[in-house]
Design a protein around this ligand. Structure first.
Ligand code: PGA
Length: 254
């Protein structure tokens, strides 16, 4: 199965024309060796799906834990599904840290998203304080996150679930902002796969995220246990993202 290349555009770009420009450029590239998924801001998703939905798969960056009702400002996963969204990022560290999203909330969101047959991309990862103590501490922390986020969801064990290992310190906008070593990321991926399998889930993929760019993307995707990458900052720079795709088209096997 081709590896995932998932773009998390975060709160960018500021105008729909710019979003169209990025997608127009990357669609000029042929013979993709990766499964490309674009996660734009909510406001652009509907227009982008209408225009590119037959060529590109789209994901959302978040969703509510309810499908309908009195939830001012929330976005219904059912509405997302109805307009053609296929994937939903949940539990991103920016939402956990800046919007105080708890594991309990993420767990409820996972349940609703899975009930709607959307594919969750659940983000987990440790901060620098934890990682400084060693990779075994990071493994313990991530295991706790996974167990809390996935508690009570074993009824979905045959559904596809994607886990993105994103060490917080490696995210390009964080204080350190340097990518993890691909070997460490591979070790963490294998570890996470094992934890999730023990929890009973069968249909899983593990991604790495954190300062992925055209210089390191192939190294990550050549690692056996890493099934894809989640790319933030580099995915909204047209030239950089196009370069990444071309490097992968050349460097990865079919
Ligand atoms: P980054 O972001 O690629 O800019 O480090 C990744 C993410 O936050 O998902």
């Amino acid at each position: 199965m081709p590896k995932f290349l998932i773009a998390n555009w975060k709160m960018n770009p500021q105008a729909l024309e710019e979003a169209n420009k990025i997608l127009g450029e990357i669609l000029k590239i042929k013979n993709y060796k990766t499964q490309l998924i674009i996660c734009p801001p909510f406001l652009w998703i509907y227009d982008l799906i209408k225009k590119y939905g037959n060529k590109i798969t789209f994901g959302a960056q978040n969703a509510s834990f309810e499908n309908l009702g009195a939830f001012t400002g929330e976005i219904s996963p059912l509405m997302l599904k109805n307009i053609g969204v296929k994937y939903v990022i949940l539990g991103h560290s920016e939402r956990r840290e800046k919007l105080l999203e708890s594991d309990e909330i993420i767990n409820k969101k996972l349940e609703t998203v899975l009930n709607n047959d959307l594919i969750p991309i659940l983000c987990v990862g440790e901060n620098y304080g934890i990682r400084k103590k060693g990779i075994e501490f990071a493994k313990k922390f991530v295991t706790k996150q996974l167990k809390k986020d996935l508690v009570g969801l074993s009824k979905f064990k045959n559904k596809k679930i994607i886990i993105a290992y994103e060490p917080i310190w490696a995210i390009s906008t964080s204080n350190i902002g340097i990518a993890d070593n691909p070997k460490n990321a591979n070790e963490m991926s294998a570890f996470i796969k094992n934890v999730i399998q023990k929890l009973g889930f069968k249909n899983i993929n593990i991604l790495y995220g954190g300062s992925v760019n055209s210089k390191n993307v192939l190294k990550f995707l050549k690692e056996k246990e890493i099934d894809g990458v989640l790319v933030g900052g580099a995915s909204i720079k047209i030239e950089e993202f196009s370069k990444m795709i071309q490097i992968l088209n050349k460097g990865l096997k079919n």
